[in-house]
Design a protein around this ligand. Structure first.
Ligand code: THU
Length: 176
């Protein structure tokens, strides 16, 4: 009889579906509190502090759990709110041809357009720990297209406008 090693170095069962699918091997901690918007330069009660960021972080974290990230083992979730109050989400989807990977924001933007379009008002991305993650450069361009300069982005440094996250952006106006 072949003796199977049932535990890997990390103590996980080798035949555990979570181990077989690294994308799902994520430990999600409770989210930090973002209910106040986390904007350090604004006094409490002033400006963009009324949005329930925790709800959006939770939506992004839920999306992240569906990530297909067997190559980087870096699952990402993205969530946005639209002007009409919809929530749209996405997760990263990788490929054996590494460069073909789709960022979580790509899926989220596809869902935005597919579900009726509109503008994004709030956005957050999270890593596999459910922690706030800055969108990559390419995805900042996607966010600019569908949210514009006023889109509010939850960052590690608090809530920022999209024109702070992507200053001097190229956009549709430049094509005119
Ligand atoms: N990733 C995203 O999904 N969004 C970002 O904004 C940053 C990077 C993904 C792409 C790839 O699957 C993994 O994170 C590691 O780069």
């Amino acid at each position: 009889m072949v003796r199977r090693h049932r535990h890997g170095p990390a103590g996980l069962h080798l035949d555990d579906p979570v181990r077989r699918d690294p994308a799902r091997r994520v430990a999600v901690r409770p989210t930090t509190t973002h209910a106040q918007g986390g904007r350090p330069d604004l006094p409490e009660g002033v400006g963009r502090v009324n949005f329930d960021w925790d709800q959006l972080v939770d939506a992004a974290t839920k999306a992240m759990r569906n990530a297909y990230a067997p190559y980087s083992k870096f699952p990402v979730g993205a969530a946005g709110r639209t002007t009409d109050g919809r929530f749209v989400t996405g997760c990263n989807v990788e490929n054996a041809a590494y460069g073909v990977a789709l960022c979580a924001e790509c899926g989220m933007i596809s869902q935005l357009v597919l579900s009726g379009g509109g503008r994004l008002t709030h956005f957050v991305a999270v890593n596999g720990e459910g922690e706030v993650l800055m969108p990559c450069g390419r995805c900042r361009q996607l966010l600019w297209e569908h949210g514009g300069p006023e889109l509010e982005v939850l960052t590690k440094a608090g809530v920022k406008r999209m024109d702070e996250v992507l200053p001097d952006a190229f956009g549709a106006d430049d094509l005119a």
